[in-house]
Design a binder for this molecule. Structure first.
Ligand code: HSE
Length: 436
């Protein structure tokens, strides 16, 4: 039985989980999979901290070159994260003819093409299932299992931090700040949660998914990304009253005239399956023209769920090596730019607008006239009042029918002229999706 030597760089939360699984399962896999995967070296700058897993001391080093320069190591697992060192490590390892497994979504979203082209040139494999939605095997699904299909749409809850915050706001009535604090205390959100709550992490993942699904290079700048900082308890409550739940969604839709890609907080029907994905869970709903809808739900982060995806990639590559079939499943699909990515103005969706407006005659008419003038049709209106004093503002919520975002942007320009007069500030605007 050929022994496949593996080097792991990055002995943090996920790295320790990967080491634990590789060491514990080695003997079993020799019998069940007929494969011998030997974790030969683990590199990290900090090899003193107890990671809570049993690893023979002699495996540990602070010098990653002991992995990159070891001719016996055929697979390098990159779990350091970030851009600079991770990119250097991966490119150096590829140059040395080593295959790569990585979970680094930020790196692949920005430098994916350069790294993948290098891997193809050097005839090595690079697998990255853990980069999107952690333990959910969505990359394998779109790269292999769904190849017969045109992907008509993807709706993904692919950031556990945001889903945790939005679920807590709805179920426990917390404000955004309180929910974020709770997520941090429980370890769901990073100390610096910017990438998560501003939607950047979801955008990295959508970039990777969309480039695989639509056979083209996708850049984050190609589509809009909005996070959840602007969601207030009031929005969560109004959404609920209207029968919706707020979720941060990554959306891809294949239209006749192009591809819609976007990441933003979205009102979705509370009865929909995705609305029932709670707390830190992730889910991806994906529709292929032949297979129809698939739904994958699971843990998008955490030691063992993410390590599960990493280890499965290691086994795939080990099998490729044993069968002389490295490169069998290429890292990305090079089909050319078959369809354009639609600019923001051409997105078609419904909108939720929340105004803080004066409660006096003619106010609602002025607001709705602006929508009517640009050609936007209204689906529902809610106004709430309380014990108002003269000159106070009340929330008014308008739900629209579908329209192009470019048209809504025109209406938003006109609403600006009402600020300080009949409305207190520019309206809160959220998108609404029903066909999921
Ligand atoms: N920080 C991500 C999340 C997990 O909250 O889902 C890693 O991508």
């Amino acid at each position: 039985m050929k022994k496949i030597n593996v080097g792991l760089v990055g002995f943090g939360t996920i790295g320790a989980g990967v080491a634990d699984i590789l060491l514990k399962k080695r003997e079993e896999w020799k019998k069940t999979l007929d494969i011998d995967i030997n974790l030969k070296k683990i590199a990290d700058l900090d090899i003193e901290t107890d990671r809570g897993v049993n690893v023979p001391k002699e495996l540990l080093t602070t010098n990653y070159k002991e992995i990159v320069d070891d001719p016996e190591i055929e697979i390098v697992i990159e779990l350091v994260g970030g851009y600079d060192f991770a990119k250097k490590l991966i490119l150096e390892s590829i140059e040395m003819g080593k295959n790569i497994v990585t979970a680094n979504k930020a790196l692949l979203a920005v430098y994916g093409k350069e790294i993948f082209d290098k891997a193809i040139e050097k005839k090595v494999d690079i697998y990255y299932d853990a980069a999107v939605a952690g333990g959910i095997p969505i990359i394998k699904v779109v790269k292999e299992a769904m190849l017969a299909n045109n992907i008509e749409k993807i709706f993904g809850i692919i950031n556990g931090t945001c889903n945790y915050i939005l679920t807590t706001m709805k179920n426990e009535g917390l404000s955004f700040e309180e929910a974020l604090k709770k997520a941090q205390e429980l370890g769901f959100a990073e100390a610096d949660p910017t990438f998560d709550i501003d939607g950047i992490d979801s955008a990295h993942k959508l970039t990777i998914l969309a480039s695989l699904v639509y056979w083209r290079e996708v850049k984050m700048e190609d589509f809009i990304t909005e996070g959840i900082r602007k969601i207030t308890s009031l929005d969560v409550k109004f959404a609920e009253e209207l029968g919706y739940t707020v979720k941060l969604l990554a959306i891809a839709r294949d239209r006749e005239d192009g591809i819609e890609l976007r990441v933003h907080p979205t009102l979705i029907p509370s009865k929909s399956t995705l609305a029932s994905i709670l707390y830190e869970f992730n889910a991806v709903m994906i529709k292929g023209n032949f297979v129809d809808e698939l739904l994958l739900k699971g843990k998008g982060a955490g030691r063992y769920p993410t390590a599960s995806a990493v280890v499965s990639d290691v086994i795939d590559i080990a099998r490729n090596i044993i069968n002389n079939s490295v490169g069998r499943v290429p890292p990305y699909h090079r089909g050319g730019e078959l369809k354009r990515i639609l600019p923001r103005e051409e997105i078609i969706t419904q909108y939720y607008l929340r105004f803080s407006s004066l409660d006096k005659p003619g106010v609602l008419a002025k607001i709705t006239n602006i929508l009517g003038d640009v050609g936007i049709s209204i689906k529902a209106v809610i106004q709430k009042d309380g014990e108002l004093k003269d000159g106070e503002y009340v929330p008014v919520v308008i739900l629209t029918h579908k329209t192009k975002e470019g048209i809504m942007l025109k209406a938003l320009e006109k609403f600006k002229e009402l600020v300080g007069d009949i409305i207190e500030s520019e309206p809160q605007i959220l998108r609404v999706e029903e066909d999921l």
